[in-house]
Design a binder for this molecule. Structure first.
Ligand SMILES: [Zn+2]
Length: 270
């Protein structure tokens, strides 16, 4: 599933090919994504000049003169640039053709993604209640400490709550808790301020590293046919249940926590 670093990598990859250019037309081959693609998307976007491509949480905001295309990659979505008119394979649901002769192509085998139109995207119901960006100044350990007081839920689902901070998905929550030495099952309200300061730093460090790694694959956004811009990051615990901890050699445990798989080291994380 694309997490925040993949979405940010996608933004950086596609933005130079979109910004400042006019849309020629929009071709929709399959409208049934998580929500239906608006019937009038072609009418609204055609002829519009794209001003910028921004990101908020895992939403890409492709801003045009009259409004904004909100894109979410869901479980399996991707965006890349192809020559306009290139025949579409299965799952290649949408082309946004540009005056440059390239087209932004949306592919999504599982169709859990979304392409929506909004004149005021930050007030859209999907975005209006989101917490701060994890890499912005508005997010820090003090916020985690204050919001967690009196909360009995486990710390891992707490930091994955979009109202607390956006974009900390399962991979990065699992890895950041390991790096900070915090047991994912621990009650959010029982963790000290000092440990939350450390945890917030680890979240920022790990997400920043992932985005930097993603940056090395930007050339893949034009042409090619694979999944663009995804990267392999060295993972210490995520997906490694039953294997040895890279720090202490103990066997990593895998549990279910908040309906999500979670791996931790019983010795390094307390
Ligand atoms: Zn360990």
């Amino acid at each position: 599933m694309p997490e925040l670093p993949e979405v940010e990598t996608t933004r950086r990859g596609i933005a130079p090919y979109l910004e400042g250019l006019r849309v020629r037309r929009v071709i929709v081959r399959e409208r049934r994504l998580r929500w239906p693609i608006p019937e009038d998307l072609d009418v609204r976007l055609s002829g519009q000049r794209i001003q910028c491509v921004e990101r908020r949480a895992k939403y890409l905001l492709i801003r045009a003169e009259a409004g904004c295309l909100i894109a979410h990659l869901g479980m399996s979505g991707s965006l890349r640039l192809v020559e306009s008119g290139l025949p579409a394979a299965r799952h290649e649901h949408v082309d946004i053709e540009l005056e440059s002769g390239l087209a932004l192509r949306y592919t999504d085998p599982r169709r859990f993604g979304a392409l929506l139109w909004s004149e005021d995207p930050l007030r859209h119901e999907l975005l209006s209640r989101l917490g701060p960006e994890p890499l912005a100044d508005g997010f820090d350990g003090e916020r985690l400490y204050q919001l967690s007081r009196g909360r009995s839920m486990a710390v891992k689902p707490f930091i994955m709550d979009n109202a607390v901070v956006v974009g900390v998905g399962n991979i990065y929550a699992t890895e950041a808790l390991f790096a900070a030495g915090i047991d994912p099952r621990r009650e959010a309200g029982s963790i000290s301020r000092a440990r939350y300061l450390r945890l917030a730093e680890e979240i920022k460090r790990i997400l920043t590293l992932a985005i930097e790694r993603g940056g090395t694959t930007l050339r893949d956004f034009v042409g090619g046919d694979g999944q663009p811009g995804y990267f392999q990051q060295e993972l210490f615990v995520y997906g490694r249940g039953g294997q040895f901890c890279k720090h202490c050699g103990s066997t990593l445990r895998e549990i279910r926590l908040g309906q999500r798989s979670s791996v931790y080291c019983p010795r390094c994380q307390r």
